[in-house]
Design a binder for this molecule. Structure first.
Ligand SMILES: [Zn+2]
Ligand SMILES: [Zn+2]
Length: 400
């Protein structure tokens, strides 16, 4: 393919890409409610000549670009949901929907993926293989990727590799990180119900106090992390909810706890799932109570394929140079891009978007979140270059 002509076409779409991002930013939609967003995406993809499937996983959109040359299948994924956050930034394009905000930057993901799709569509005759653009709903609630995969995103047409990016205010604009291996954590929600015997607060010996038992469980769960996990393997167990009781002088019959388990490793994840159950029920039994543990299995760690990460690093080097091509340390946050990457080798890369004090760059999910729009053309060019190299080489090669 003629790279300089591709890059010129991408550059020509720069203003439209920024306008699209601002429009989406003004009209954010929560997970599985992205109807306006999906409508804009579908219209834009259809106009560019892609085959479009809407209503995938409720509000998701798949756009298929069939190239004129033989080649592999690649999937580019962009998540499109916003968050229940009230925007506090003083921007001309601030959110117009009360209590909803693109506070994670998914508006930029959609705008960038659309620009890349439109650019490649103009060169479809020279494009080897097929590229599927997957606009995924409900990433923030880790719920959109699984049904998209179940509804054929990777199979129809067949996909061999996957790419996606996340803009981040943890890196300054001008930096890109495409690290091999596990870069984000698995995430599982669990609930523990502790059953004791309720009674008068003055006569604890006639009751089994589920609050005390639950407290012992909370403390013991941290012993799992400190005494049973290799200290060089990251693991997090956080209890975020502990509900019990109705009055200060009554021992309640029951306590309900809920928490999250995070790891960077599938084997450790399975072991800790088992040990959380064993520990909770063992402690409860030793204190005459009962504990029931239920896991809501979430998603695996985000693991980048080494060859695909190298492919993206080569693209990043061409765009932001040696100084801008960095290796961000793994994060214990989660992303259901993990499911696409578990199914097909791929790379999820980070694009720096912070530029304080000139641009609001508060933390992700905060009312002050914002990104420098100079990150959009960087993300688009890295994605375009990586996609083109992948299609032309017939896959990711372990070179460079
Ligand atoms: Zn987020
Ligand atoms: Zn996000």
């Amino acid at each position: 393919m003629d790279l300089s002509s591709l890059l010129a076409d991408l550059e020509a779409l720069r203003d439209e890409m920024i306008r699209t991002r601002r429009d989406l930013h003004q009209h954010p939609e929560l997970g599985f409610q992205e109807r306006r967003t999906a409508g804009i995406i579908a219209a834009r993809l259809s106009a560019a000549g892609l085959e479009v499937r809407t209503g995938v996983a409720h509000t998701g959109v798949l756009g298929v670009l069939r190239g004129g040359q033989p080649g592999p299948g690649l999937l580019l994924r962009a998540d499109m949901d916003a968050l229940p956050v009230q925007e506090e930034n003083d921007l001309p394009f601030r959110s117009q929907t009360p209590g909803v905000m693109h506070a994670c930057g998914h508006d930029t993901h959609v705008a960038v993926a659309l620009a890349v799709a439109q650019t490649l569509a103009r060169h479809r005759d020279a494009l080897p293989g097929t590229i599927t653009f997957a606009f995924q709903p409900a990433e923030e609630i880790i719920s959109g990727a699984r049904p998209m995969i179940e509804q054929g995103a990777l199979d129809n047409p067949p996909v061999q590799a996957t790419l996606a990016f996340h803009v981040t205010t943890e890196l300054p604009v001008g930096q890109v990180s495409a690290r091999a291996g596990a870069i984000m954590a698995s995430a599982d929600r669990f609930e523990i119900v502790v059953r004791g015997t309720g009674g008068h607060g003055a006569y604890p010996h006639r009751s089994v106090d589920p609050i005390l038992v639950g407290s012992e469980i909370v403390v013991a769960l941290q012993l799992l992390v400190s005494r049973e996990v290799n200290p060089i393997d990251p693991a997090v167990v956080t209890i975020g909810m502990f509900h019990a009781g109705t009055a200060f002088n009554i021992i309640p019959p029951e306590a309900r706890l809920a928490g999250t388990l995070r790891t960077l490793d599938q084997e450790l994840r399975a072991r800790l799932q088992q040990r959380i159950g064993e520990l909770a029920s063992g402690i409860a039994a030793s204190l005459r109570a009962q504990a029931e543990v239920a896991f809501d299995v979430g998603c695996p760690p985000v693991v980048n394929d080494p060859a695909m990460a190298a492919l993206v690093r080569r693209a990043a080097l061409a765009v932001v140079g040696e100084a801008g091509t960095v290796e961000r340390e793994p994060q214990m946050g989660a992303d259901d891009m993990a499911l696409f990457l578990e199914a097909r080798p791929g790379c999820y890369f980070f694009v720096g978007g912070a530029n304080p004090p000139y641009v609001p760059s508060g933390p992700h999910h905060s009312p002050q979140f914002g990104v420098d729009e100079a990150s959009l053309p960087i993300a688009a060019e890295v994605l375009l270059r990586a996609a083109v190299e992948h299609q032309e080489r017939g896959g990711a090669k372990r070179t460079g």
